[in-house]
Write a protein that binds this ligand. Structure first.
Ligand SMILES: [Zn+2]
Length: 298
């Protein structure tokens, strides 16, 4: 068996942390004349401008965003600074004609690799804050309108004192290894030819390890052992934190439920089928698998 920790580490180090260039804050303390980067969302689409292979975010003072683009201060959230530049996020509810003609709203998922990885993560943080604020305007317990905390991204109920934090759902994803093969499954919602890794949300009362074993048992009917942490990735579609594991096959024949998973099989590193795109942790894990196991037994 390969020495996992040593071999996994170089891949994990390649990822860029959101904090390499980002300093979070909730209350702005910059000069009001300063131009800020805007993460403006229309539904889950981000306003960007094409710049060759890359995309750029709009820059504007707060006053310009409010008067020219019709951004509401009430639904605007300060995010902190990116490379020293103040950043804001807000839902766009104005007229499209007020926006500069060179900008358009694009699905965030498709913008991976078209902006730096750190900035992509910040865009993911922004879309989740906008969605959380939109869905927590009232207290779920007593119905009182919530107010925003000045200290952190929290919506507070002034009546019963409950705090509502941005929603984040942990989900586990596992590469099940057997010799030089990996188990790949095709979910019903996947494109026709695409196979991915077994994944699913962690349920209340479970550890991550419990969640891994249950999902694998439910979706493909096999047992695994020797779980190792691979790495994690935020997945703001709409609010997951993906936690990746490697596991060794222990026993059982592949059996799919036919509902959520329609097909599953073992694949060797030199003959992988159509796999998920580079934005996903599944792809990072399968790229690692390919590097480790390709031609290993030839
Ligand atoms: Zn309340």
């Amino acid at each position: 068996m390969p020495v996992i920790q040593e071999r996994v580490l170089p891949i994990r180090q390649k990822r860029e942390s959101i904090y390499n260039h980002y300093v979070p804050a909730v209350e702005p303390d910059h000069d009001s004349a300063a131009e800020a980067l805007w993460f403006l969302y229309y539904e889950d689409k981000l306003l960007v401008q094409e710049k060759g292979e890359k995309v750029e975010l709009p820059l504007a003072t707060c006053a310009k965003a409010v008067t020219d683009w019709g951004i509401s201060q009430e639904t605007t959230h300060y995010l902190g600074t990116w490379q020293g530049v103040p950043c804001y996020t807000a839902p766009f509810t104005g007229e499209f004609s007020t926006l500069p003609a060179s900008y358009q709203f694009q699905a965030l998922r498709g913008l991976y690799e078209r902006m730096s990885e750190g900035l992509f993560h910040l865009a993911g943080r922004a879309v989740q804050i906008v969605a959380w604020a939109r869905t927590h305007r009232f207290c779920g317990t007593c119905g009182t309108p919530t107010v925003r905390s000045k200290k952190e991204h929290t919506m507070l109920c002034p009546s019963c004192g409950i705090s509502y934090y941005p929603r984040l759902a942990p989900a586990v994803i596992t590469a099940i290894l057997k010799g030089n093969q990996v188990l790949l499954a095709r979910a019903r919602h996947f494109p026709e030819t695409m196979f991915g890794l077994v994944s699913g949300y962690v349920e209340p009362g479970e550890t991550l390890e419990d969640g891994v074993k249950r999902e694998i048992r439910e979706e493909v009917g096999v047992e695994v052992r020797n779980l190792r942490y691979f790495g994690s990735q935020q997945w703001p579609f709409p609010h997951s934190l993906m936690i990746g594991f490697l596991a060794d096959y222990e026993s059982g024949d592949i059996t799919v439920d036919g509902e959520e998973i329609v097909e599953a099989d073992w694949f060797d590193a030199d003959h992988l089928p159509h796999i998920p795109p580079r934005v996903s942790i599944a792809r990072k894990m399968l790229d690692w698998f390919k590097d480790e196991y390709s031609h290993q037994f030839s």
